[in-house]
Design a protein around this ligand. Sequence first.
Ligand SMILES: Cc1cc2nc3c(=O)[nH]c(=O)nc-3n(C[C@H](O)[C@H](O)[C@H](O)COP(=O)(O)O)c2cc1C
Length: 401
Amino acid sequence: MLQGKKILLGVTGSIAAYKTPELVRQLVQQGASVKVIITAAAKDFVSPLVLATVSKNEALQTFTSEDHSTWNNHVELGLWCDIFLVAPLSANTLAKFANGNCDNLLTAVFLSCRNTVMVAPAMDVDMFKHASTQKNLEIIAKNNIKIIGPESGELASGLTGKGRMTEPEDIVQEVINYFNPSLPLRNKMAVVTTGPTQEALDPVRFIGNHSSGKMGVAVANCLAAKGASVILISGPSVSLGNLNKSIKVIHVTSAADMLKACKQTQPDANIMVMAAAVADFKPEGFSEQKIKKKSSEGLNIQLVPTEDIAAEMGKLKKEGQLLVGFALETNDETQHAERKLKNKNLDFIVLNKLEETNQVFGSDFNRITIIDKNLVTTPFEKKSKDAVASDIVEKIITLVQ
Ligand SMILES: Cc1cc2nc3c(=O)[nH]c(=O)nc-3n(C[C@H](O)[C@H](O)[C@H](O)COP(=O)(O)O)c2cc1C
């Protein structure tokens, strides 16, 4: 995918620098030629020798060689690359970029570079939140520097929050997308839910359903193949073996967990696909201890409705955001689906009818009907779930702004 492309990787002094040999390896594996510039601080976190070995080029550190007999021409380096990718980008180097400081080889290349610059900031949550850092990011964004991430999660400091460097495979995907302007969902962020939810009754039992999550995984893969950056919110026991490596996964168990993850990710999403088979009911109470079987007595469990995730997302829907729902029905399917479409503020609904000739759960095949906002109904043939996902994603592409 990156055959013949030239990537100049700048590595700065963030703990995330330890991930850069893997980043270089993946870029090289995709066919790119990679040269590396490393700052003095970054050498505490990753060895220049390792970077030289995986990139098959000397890892450049200073303007001149040690004996001052040759120099690393920063202007030439800036002109050589198709992309100057700085990952991780420290708060310090970010501040230099924003202000035009030029006190090392890496910052001099930044100022000399006429080509695309992408950066993946990585720092502690408070460093990232700091007004100075935010101002610096705004400045470089206005100068057409593409900012990748950072992501939220556990940080090296032990704190949790935004500041983690985007994972190498996701950075590589961004680079691939850059060279594929024809990808229709490039620059779009999609959230897909999949699988069942489990609603706990006691520490060992739950109410769930037979969903395998295959349909949501297929949709997530198809969105990623069209250039979207995808977050998959997956219920338990979904097989993720064939998931595109660029897709981030958030694992959840109950409907309440899934709603929380959806609320966290929804503000940044252009596309929300609610493919999970969320349990409709959960036990009213949770028994801290395993409920004992008493030989001749039955057990009555009071159930209450779970959170309606698609409806909540419908309420939160932003201008220009696309919300897709799924309906699995056994009878009066069109009426039920149309009601859901309206009540949940969906842009379209994917209707699966569970019948003898269409065993949706666990199967690799599915037959769907898409009903859109204007109640235009498009039935499809029974196909593989990958082909069904492609029909759904084509519909998304026609609607997304
Ligand atoms: C253990 C350790 C971890 C650090 N992690 C980060 C980090 O993740 N992000 C960051 O911006 N700075 C981090 N720093 C601070 C930078 O290394 C420091 O600001 C340095 O001057 C950056 O230099 P450079 O931008 O020239 O590479 C860390 C420092 C230490 C000692």
